[in-house]
Structure formats: structure tokens, C-alpha cells
Design a protein around this ligand. Structure first.
Ligand SMILES: Nc1ncnc2c1ncn2[C@@H]1O[C@H](COP(=O)(O)OP(=O)(O)O)[C@@H](O)[C@H]1O
Ligand SMILES: [Mg+2]
Length: 505
């Protein structure tokens, strides 16, 4: 007994404190920015990435009213925790270096990602340890306290207390390094994603990705009939949103095979980050899948300006991109997305109208100078910032040229392909007439008709004649010309009056 007590006294080191948020940040936190579970989870996943994790596992546990995020990253100790949480005002992440030990450009910059979790849960627990340290940090943060009367929570200079924390430090082995985050007492919109786990496609009528392998997910995303992500249940939609934002890999089949060589470097770059995220056992990839069309092209973007540099690709096809969430341009900085796809291409206005714009989807990776134009919400950019202005101009030039290319290469061939289809259709109908209506009167005539129009080796010339359109006067001219050659005047008389009656009917 005595031994145990002593051990506890030696091993355990308890601490408590209050989280205070700088006034500058208070409004952002209560603005509802992180209400969506995806918005909050992507912050936590990007934190794991910044901690050099190679694996992140997220578990959504509706029964326990819990979401767990665990990573094999560098971890944190009490000092790291308290430095950040005692007073949330900024990120210290890039103080020493803006790259992680393994060379990743760090995504975190603003210092509010962690506390964003307060929007979706009442209690957040952290368990973490660093490599080379025997310290196991366990802290519990009560966010529900922040929802008490604002007057009770006000601190100095407009700062606001956002909750209390209570922690212990105990011993663990030196080698392990990880961070586990438990979000409990889930609230608000996040409840819906918990419910989504139990959702069943047949019951909800919505498509579900829960528990599917990467291959199966890719297959569903390739289904032509998905117009929008709203066809998925809330849980799945959140997963798609997360996948779009965080630095995970592409699906193998994401782009038509003929174009893969043109974006090999993009795929390679994403996979070289060596970052894998699983949610409830399913690996999350970028939900960008275009494999619907064979009439397509890739146009590469490469811009070096005075205020910003950026590179990327644009994919275009001969019909609107589906699902519509992929129409437009997605900007990434340091491998993380800034907001969603912008279908206006940073307010591009073209005289050709929005038709071709909906055929284009692209990603642009901008350098750090654009980060300075990024608002605290990490979703929007300040449109007056010189880096934004310059990128916008370069992008608009590129899109204008791309639309021309799409018009001539893709729209042109699409019309051609359409005509081939139409001509085949008409040929089929002619053969039908020959067989059903002519064959019984004259088998020979029916055969001639069939032979004349079924010759597929001469499609180009056949196609033109088969799709010809006649006005009534032209029809008369042809018929009269031939009838004159063959019929007696009396027969011609009868024939033409019957023909007139027929056409007028
Ligand atoms: N998964 C994690 N592993 C290790 N440290 C973490 C993790 N998540 C957060 N941290 C620490 O908490 C700090 C605050 O995170 P956050 O609020 O997202 O701000 P930022 O990412 O902008 O620094 C980070 O700078 C980091 O030191
Ligand atoms: Mg962060």
C-alpha cells in the first residue's frame, strides 16, 4: 500500500488551468466557422500531418458519443500543451522552422485549429507522448464551461475564458510517440455524422461510404449519375470534404488513363508526403474522380510572378463535371486546400458563358506568398492582396485560352462524334424501312437500300448524305425529277397529288 502511494506520488503530476483566448480570435471561434464536423476534423488531421505523423486513425463512435483521432506523430508534452492552451493567441509552430523534421511544409499558422473542436464537443481529452520522453500527458478540457454566461467568462482586455483543463503527467516508455484526441459529448451538427454511421443506404435513400475500401469508394465516385455530394449521407459528405482538404493521396483511377502521364508529378507529389488517414477503417483519399469521359484534355498551369508563383493542372471534358462540387478551381497552399472548388474561377467572366467553365476542374498549388492573403478562416483569400491579384490575372488568362482550346478540340470532336451517332441511327431506320415496308413488294429493292446505307467503311461520305435535311420544295424537285424519268404522265399526275396530300397531312 505504502509503496503504491509513493509510486503514485512520484509518477503523477497533476495540473489545472484555464484556457484564455485572445480578443482578436474570440469572434472567429464563435462565428460558426467550425460548426461542420469536417471543418473541425480537418484541422485536427492537419495537426497530425504537421506533427510528422504518417498514419492517422479517426473513429466515430456513436454509442460512446465520441470521436477519436489518433496519430503516430511526434506528440506533445505538458510544456507544449500549456504554452499553447494557457492563452490562445497565435501558433508557435513555425517559430524555429517552417518545415517539420521530415521536411513537410507546416500547414498550421494561426493557432486556432485545436480549439475549433469546441464547436462540436463539450469535452476534449488529449493523451500524448514524445519520442525520447518518458512523460505521458493526459489532459481533459471542458469546453462546456465556455458556454456559460459571457460576463462570467470575460477576462482582461476583451479576452475570454474558453474552458478549464485538468491534466496529469505520468510515466511511459521512451520510444513511443503518439497523440490521441477524444472528443466527447458531441454536439450540434456533428451529431448528424454520428448518426450517419448507422445510416443505411436503403433506409436513408442516400449513398453511403461508411466502411468502404478505397477501391469501392472510387467506384462509387465514378458512377456517372452522381450530380452532387448531397446525394450522400451526412457522414459520407463530411468524409468527402475532409479528403478534399487534407494532404492525402489520389485514387489510382482518379483521371482517365490517357491523361495519367500528364499529371504523374501531381500524383507523385501527393503520395510522397507519405500521409495516410483512415476513418472508421476506410482509407481517405482525395475525392477527385473524373473518369467519365474519353473526350478530354489536361492543360498544365505554371506561373512565376512578382508576388506569387503557382503551378497545377486543369482537366476538361466534353460535358459538365460531376459531381458539381468538383467544378472550378481548388487552391492549395502547403498541400492543404483553401476552401472548396471555386466554380467562378476567381470571378472569371467570359463572353462564351458558363457552359465551358462547367467542363473544367483544376487544382493550383500556390507558394507561401499567397498564404499571406489567406484569411483566418483558411477558406477565403483577401482579394485585394497583391499575390491574389496577380494570381487571379494569370489564372484568368489561362482559363480564357483553355476555353478556346476546349471549344476547338473537345466541343468540335464532340459534335463530330454526335453526328456519327446520329447517322448510325438514321441508317438503322432506313434498313428497318427496307425490311418492313419494301421487302414484301420488292426484295431486290430492299436489298439495294440496305447495301447502300449499311456500308460502314464509307462512313465519312455516307454520314454527310444521310444527315441531309430537305425542305418541301427540295423534296418535290428530287421526286419530280425521278418520277418524270420513270412514270407515264397519268401515273405522275396521281403520284404527285397523293404525295402532296401526304406531305400536307
Ligand atoms: N496531433 C498533434 N501532435 C502533436 N502536437 C500537436 C497536435 N495537434 C496540435 N498540436 C500542438 O498544438 C498546437 C496548436 O495547434 P493548433 O491550434 O491547430 O494551431 P497551429 O496548428 O496553427 O499551430 C500546435 O502548434 C502543436 O504544437
Ligand atoms: Mg493546426
Amino acid at each position: 500500500m505504502a509503496d503504491q502511494k509513493q509510486l503514485q506520488g512520484e509518477n503523477q503530476n497533476e495540473f489545472t488551468g484555464e484556457i484564455v483566448v485572445a480578443s482578436r480570435i474570440v469572434d472567429y471561434l464563435s462565428s460558426g466557422l467550425y460548426k461542420s464536423p469536417a471543418a473541425c476534423l480537418k484541422e485536427l488531421i492537419n495537426n497530425s500531418y504537421d506533427a510528422d505523423a504518417t498514419e492517422v486513425n479517426v473513429f466515430v463512435k456513436p454509442d460512446a458519443d465520441r470521436i477519436i483521432i489518433e496519430d503516430n506523430g511526434c506528440g506533445m508534452d505538458r510544456a507544449d500543451f500549456e504554452k499553447h492552451f494557457k492563452r490562445i493567441s497565435e501558433s508557435y509552430k513555425r517559430q524555429e522552422s517552417d518545415e517539420t523534421e521530415s521536411g513537410r511544409p507546416k500547414i498550421g499558422k494561426i493557432g486556432i485549429g485545436f480549439i475549433a473542436a469546441n464547436e462540436i464537443c463539450d469535452v476534449m481529452e488529449i493523451r500524448s507522448t514524445k519520442k525520447g520522453s518518458t512523460e505521458l500527458l493526459e489532459v481533459s478540457i471542458r469546453f462546456d464551461l465556455m458556454r456559460k454566461d459571457i460576463e462570467e467568462r470575460r477576462r482582461n482586455q476583451g479576452e475570454v475564458a474558453k474552458g478549464d483543463y485538468q491534466g496529469t503527467v505520468s510515466k511511459t516508455d521512451q520510444e513511443s510517440h503518439f497523440t490521441q484526441i477524444f472528443l466527447t459529448n458531441i454536439r450540434g451538427e456533428a451529431q448528424v455524422i454520428l448518426a450517419g454511421v448507422a445510416d443505411n443506404e436503403f433506409v436513408s435513400g442516400k449513398k453511403a461510404l461508411y466502411g468502404l475500401s478505397a477501391e469501392s469508394t472510387a467506384k462509387i465516385l465514378t458512377e456517372k449519375d452522381i450530380k452532387t455530394w448531397n446525394e450522400f449521407d451526412a457522414y459520407s459528405k463530411n468524409i468527402l470534404e475532409i479528403g478534399l482538404n487534407v494532404p492525402v493521396q489520389y485514387y489510382k483511377e482518379w483521371i482517365p488513363e490517357n491523361l495519367r502521364p500528364k499529371v504523374r508529378d501531381v500524383v507523385k507529389e501527393a503520395s510522397s508526403l507519405n500521409f495516410r488517414v483512415h476513418i472508421d477503417g476506410s482509407e481517405i483519399r482525395k475525392p477527385i474522380v473524373y473518369n467519365h469521359s474519353t473526350n478530354n484534355l489536361i492543360s498544365r498551369f505554371n506561373f512565376k510572378g512578382e508576388h506569387v508563383s503557382a503551378r497545377g493542372y486543369f482537366y476538361a471534358q466534353d460535358s459538365a463535371i460531376k459531381p458539381q462540387e468538383l467544378q472550378g478551381v481548388l487552391i492549395r497552399i502547403r498541400n492543404a486546400a483553401v476552401g472548396e472548388y471555386d466554380s467562378s474561377f476567381l470571378n472569371f467572366t467570359s463572353s462564351i458563358g458558363p457552359l465551358f467553365q462547367s467542363w473544367i476542374s483544376g487544382e493550383i498549388m500556390a507558394d507561401d506568398r499567397l498564404e499571406e492573403a489567406m484569411n483566418i478562416d483558411r477558406r477565403t483569400l483577401r482579394i485585394s492582396h497583391p499575390a491574389y491579384v496577380e494570381l487571379q490575372k494569370a489564372l484568368h488568362n489561362h482559363i480564357a485560352n483553355l476555353i478556346k482550346q476546349v471549344r476547338s478540340e473537345i466541343y468540335g470532336t464532340r459534335n463530330q462524334e454526335r453526328n456519327v451517332g446520329k447517322a448510325k441511327d438514321v441508317a438503322r431506320k432506313i434498313i428497318e424501312v427496307a425490311e418492313k415496308e419494301v421487302a414484301s413488294i420488292s426484295p431486290k429493292a430492299a436489298n439495294n437500300m440496305k447495301n447502300a446505307w449499311s456500308d460502314t467503311t464509307r462512313w465519312k461520305t455516307n454520314q454527310k448524305s444521310i444527315l441531309r435535311k430537305f425542305t418541301v420544295d427540295q423534296l418535290y424537285r428530287i421526286v419530280v425529277e425521278i418520277a418524270e424519268e420513270i412514270l407515264e404522265p397519268e401515273q405522275l399526275d396521281k403520284f404527285l397529288s397523293r404525295l402532296t396530300d401526304r406531305i400536307k397531312k
